[in-house]
Design a protein around this ligand. Structure first.
Ligand SMILES: Cc1cc2nc3c(=O)[nH]c(=O)nc-3n(C[C@H](O)[C@H](O)[C@H](O)COP(=O)(O)O)c2cc1C
Length: 355
C-alpha cells in the first residue's frame, strides 16, 4: 500500500501523521522538528511559555519571545512542515497567533474555545486555519459562522475524540461512555456536515482524527473511513526528542490502565491525566494554594479554582511530577519504552503499509 500524503491548502506532508500540540512545553522545537523531518507535521505548542509569576505585560512579552525562539529554533532544525497550536482560553491568544504568522508559520491549529474571530486575526489566505472540533455540530457551527461573516472556510479540521490526552471537548457525563462518541461514529457525521462547505468553496476540507490512535492499524482504519490523516500526542511523549522532563516520560512508562483518570480542570473542561501524588494531595485537601498575579486563562475562575493548572503543568515539565499534573491519552499505559521519533514513525508507517 502506498502511504497517502496529507494535503492542507498548498502544503503537502509525505506522511499523514500530525504530532498534536501538547501544552506547557511538552511539544516545542525539538519534538516538532523531528516529526517534520520524518515527513509528518510537527506542532509547537504556544501554551504556557510565560513566567507564571510575572506581571501581565511581562507575562505577555516572555510568552511571545519564547514562542518566537521555539519557532526559529525549529526552523533551523527542519525544512519540513510545522504548525503552532493555540487554545482559545489563553488570555494572550491573539498576540501569539499574530506572532506565529509573522514568524512564517503556515498552519494555525486552534482548540479549546470557538475560533470565531480567527479569520480576522489571520486574513492571509495562504495561512491555513485548522480548528479542533469534537462533534459535527461544532464543525458546522464554525464553518457556517466563517462562511457568513468572512466568506472563508477551514483549510482542515482536527476531530478529537474522547480518548485523547489533555483537555477534552466532552462533558464528564459523556466521558463515562466514550464508546458513544468513538471516532468511528463522529467521523462520518463530520464528513457529512462539512460537505456543503467543500462544495461551496470547491475544495476538500481534510479531516484529521485524533484521540487514542496508537498504531499503524488504527491509522489505516481512520484513513479507510475517510480521514485524511491522524493526529497523535501520547505516543510522541515517549520519544527522545520530546521536550518534557524524563520524569514525565517515566510516569507514562510506569502507568497502569487504572491509573489513567479524568480530572476537573480549572479551564472548565475535563482533562485526562495520570493519578499521582499531586492528584492524591488535591483529592485529600480539596484545594491547593493559588498565587495568580496574571490570569493566563480567561476561562479560569481563580477564586473558585482548586489548583493552578499552569503551575502544576510547569512543575511536571521541569520533572517535579509529585507536585505536577501529568496529562496523557487513554492509551498511555500501553507504552513500554522511549524511542526516537524516527523509530516511532518508521514503525507506524510499516504497520500502516501492512494493514
Ligand atoms: C501531554 C499532553 C498535552 C496536550 N496538550 C494539548 C494542548 O495544549 N492543546 C491541544 O489542542 N491539545 C493538547 N493535547 C492533545 C493532543 O494534541 C492530541 O490531539 C491528543 O493527545 C491525541 O490523542 P492521543 O494522545 O491519544 O494520541 C495534549 C495531549 C497530551 C498527551
Amino acid at each position: 500500500m502506498e502511504v497517502p500524503k496529507l494535503q492542507i491548502g498548498n502544503l503537502v506532508a509525505d506522511v499523514p501523521i500530525v504530532q498534536g500540540g501538547m501544552g506547557v512545553r511538552v511539544s516545542l522545537a525539538s519534538l516538532a522538528s523531528a516529526v517534520a523531518n520524518e515527513g509528518g507535521i510537527g506542532t509547537i505548542s504556544s501554551i504556557g511559555l510565560g513566567d507564571i509569576e510575572a506581571s501581565k505585560t511581562e507575562y505577555e512579552r516572555i510568552s511571545r519571545e519564547a514562542l518566537i525562539r521555539e519557532i526559529r529554533k525549529a526552523k533551523t532544525m527542519t525544512k519540513g512542515l510545522l504548525a503552532v497550536n493555540f487554545m482559545g482560553v489563553l488570555s494572550n491568544v491573539d498576540d501569539l497567533v499574530i506572532t506565529s504568522v509573522k514568524e512564517g508559520i503556515q498552519i494555525i491549529v486552534f482548540g479549546a474555545g470557538l475560533p470565531t474571530r480567527l479569520p480576522v486575526l489571520v486574513p492571509d489566505p495562504n495561512v491555513n486555519l485548522v480548528p479542533i472540533v469534537s462533534s459535527a455540530r461544532v464543525a458546522e457551527l464554525i464553518l457556517r459562522t466563517w462562511d457568513k461573516r468572512y466568506g472563508r472556510t477551514a483549510d482542515a479540521l482536527i476531530l478529537e475524540g474522547p480518548l485523547a490526552g489533555g483537555h477534552l471537548g466532552f462533558s464528564e457525563e459523556q466521558l463515562t461512555h466514550p464508546e458513544d462518541y468513538a471516532l468511528e461514529i463522529l467521523l462520518p457525521e463530520v464528513l457529512e456536515a462539512i460537505r456543503p462547505y467543500e462544495d461551496r468553496y470547491g475544495k476538500k476540507i481534510p479531516v484529521i482524527t485524533g484521540g487514542g490512535i496508537y498504531d499503524g492499524k488504527d491509522i489505516a482504519r481512520m484513513l479507510s473511513m475517510g480521514a485524511s490523516g491522524v493526529q497523535m500526542g501520547t505516543r510522541f511523549v515517549c520519544t527522545e526528542e520530546c521536550d518534557v522532563s524524563r520524569e514525565f516520560k517515566q510516569a507514562y512508562l510506569d502507568a497502569k490502565k487504572e491509573d489513567i483518570v479524568i480530572i476537573k480542570s480549572p479551564v472548565g473542561m475535563p482533562g485526562r491525566a495520570i493519578w499521582n501524588p499531586f492528584l492524591k494531595d488535591l483529592a485529600e485537601k480539596g484545594k491547593l494554594k493559588i498565587n495568580c498575579p496574571f490570569r493566563c486563562l480567561t476561562a479560569c475562575k481563580v477564586d473558585r479554582a482548586n489548583f493552578c493548572i499552569a503551575l502544576a503543568l510547569v512543575n511536571s515539565y521541569f520533572g517535579d511530577v509529585n507536585h505536577g499534573l501529568i496529562f496523557c491519552g487513554q492509551n498511555a499505559y500501553r507504552i513500554q519504552e522511549i524511542v526516537t521519533v524516527k523509530d516511532l514513525m518508521d514503525e507506524l508507517i510499516f504497520e500502516l503499509k501492512a494493514a
